[in-house]
Write a protein that binds this ligand. Structure first.
Ligand code: C2O
Ligand code: CU
Ligand code: CU
Length: 499
């Protein structure tokens, strides 16, 4: 059976709507709506650039609703966390200091780093402890990101504010002359539940164990109701869906075409024209949007387009939600053009694959603590479920055997999508190098993987953070082949112990 994206979102909207009878999930919204209707919005915040030598994890306050302070948990003092920018080849070093009341550890999503630097859940540090990170960044330019990864607590820590962009630059990308400076705008998009108390609270109950923790409002860079005063020119927006569970379908209120130029692992081969773009939790998209034909004074809204019916609270997957209002405020002072060619992407050759593996994702209906599984197992930090050899090309099959969508992420890797639902005719958002790929309910997605840098224990998991925290995660070990091919006999998925 093949379910199209639109059909799925409809199905999932219905599933979400069924969860609405759960007491405690419905909150009064009158005050919040009052604020949103009366106010003209707030200027889009841009996360600060990271400059220091430490990243402190702590409980702080931030002005989210005008004139009021709300509690947030931050890395480096702000929600979102400061944007880290490095050049390919640089060594990045930072000390994480944990001033929370609970363990934490930071993971560098999409970066290829040694196991000890990867923020594996076994690396958590206790309150008041520190962890020294230092690694060389040697991979394609792109927008990666960082967030905590303690087992069972990733969802709440990210939700409370701990996540930021990690941007890698290189000469190849710079030579393209893409919009930069004030014309390159990071958009960290995260849904949150707003309340009369103007505080974020994370309380899993009922359906949120099963569908994940959905919010009612999209915040961008921590800004409520954001607007951007733009010039009538070309802009580059670097989007991260940093939501715990909400899948976005990004477009504009006037249906305008924009150009997709990059996905998770950096630039695509060329720009692709699009009017709507699927962006699941943890996925990134690099887009160019042209406002040069928009009269001064016009207003355009970037939004998550409605793909499903149904309503209720919180709005189900597929509900329409505004992202960013763009006011075309003045003539362009700088002009940029869209390059015809962007980057060279060497396609991995499926016929060279030496092995296939299947990962079956299951969500037990009414899932609670351990209701999400991969190959019938819930996550155990100490158990290694698979072994992979460095340098081998493999085909991994992500088989979604549930009625929930699962965005699947692999650590220490950029992969290429081979097939979605049996078709190799992939949408642009599945092209290029990826580290996260959405699997729709009952859908199979196959990807080409080759680990080529570090041996060690890494993770494959669902990036719906409630699914991840409640079992849908698995350890695999990357091994060096030291003695030719004799090791093949050990490669059946087995259960080993780390200690
Ligand atoms: Cu973005 Cu293992 O995570
Ligand atoms: Cu990751
Ligand atoms: Cu999932």
């Amino acid at each position: 059976m093949k379910i199209s994206r639109r059909e799925f979102i409809r199905t999932s909207g219905v599933a979400a709507a069924l969860g609405l009878g759960v007491p405690g999930l419905v909150r009064a919204r009158s005050t919040v709506q009052g604020v949103r209707l009366d106010a003209a919005g707030s200027p889009l915040r841009i996360p600060p650039l990271f400059t220091g030598e430490t990243l402190v994890a702590e409980v702080t306050e931030q002005e989210i609703w005008p004139g009021e302070m709300s509690e947030v948990w931050t890395l480096g003092g702000s929600w979102p966390a400061p944007t880290i920018r490095v050049r390919r080849g640089d060594t990045f070093s930072v000390q994480l200091i944990n001033r929370l009341d609970e363990p934490t550890i930071v993971h560098w999503h999409g970066l290829i780093v040694p196991h000890v630097m990867d923020g594996h859940p076994t690396s958590v540090i206790a309150p008041n402890a520190t962890f020294d990170y230092s690694f060389t960044v040697d991979q394609r330019a792109g927008a990666y990101w960082y967030h905590p990864h303690p087992h069972h607590r990733t969802g709440p820590q990210v939700y409370m504010g701990m996540a930021g962009l990690f941007i890698v630059e290189d000469d190849e990308e710079e030579a393209l002359g893409l919009p930069s400076g004030d014309y390159e705008i990071p958009l960290v998009i995260q849904d949150r539940r707003t309340s009369d108390a103007h505080q974020f609270t994370y309380e899993l109950a009922g359906a949120s164990f099963e569908i994940g923790y959905l919010g009612d409002t999209l915040f961008v860079n921590g800004t409520l109701d954001p607007y951007l005063d733009a010039e009538a020119g070309l802009y580059r927006f670097r989007l991260l869906n940093g939501s715990n569970a909400r899948i976005l379908y990004v477009g504009f209120d006037d249906g305008r075409t924009f150009r997709l130029i990059g996905t998770d692992g950096g630039l695509l081969d060329r720009p692709y024209d699009m009017t709507g773009l699927s962006l699941a939790p943890a996925e990134r998209a690099d887009i160019l949007v042209d406002f040069s034909n928009d009269p001064i004074g016009s207003t355009i809204v970037m939004k998550s387009i409605r793909t499903a019916g149904g309503g209720g609270y919180p709005p189900p997957q597929g509900a329409e939600m505004p992202i960013l209002t763009i006011n075309v405020a003045r003539e362009a002072t700088k002009t940029f053009t869209v390059p015809e060619k962007l980057a060279t992407i060497e396609p991995l050759d499926p016929s060279a694959s030496v092995r296939g593996r299947t990962f079956e994702m299951q969500s037990i209906h009414g899932a609670s603590e351990d209701g999400h599984q991969i190959n019938g197992l819930t996550y155990d930090m100490q158990r290694i479920d698979q072994q992979v050899y460095l340098g081998d090309l493999e085909i991994w099959t992500f088989w979604n055997r549930s009625a929930e969508p699962h965005p699947i992420h692999v650590h220490c890797l950029q992969f290429q999508v081979l097939e979605r639902g049996g078709s190799t005719d992939l949408p642009p958002s599945d092209r290029g190098w990826k580290d996260t790929v959405l699997t729709l309910p009952y859908e199979t997605v196959r990807v080409l993987v080759r680990f080529n840098r570090y041996p060690g224990v890494y993770l494959v998991h669902c990036h719906n953070l409630e699914h991840e925290d409640h079992g849908m995660m698995s350890n695999f070990e990357v091994l060096e082949r030291t003695t030719g091919v004799e090791g093949y006999g050990d490669l059946l998925p087995g259960v080993l112990n780390l200690h």
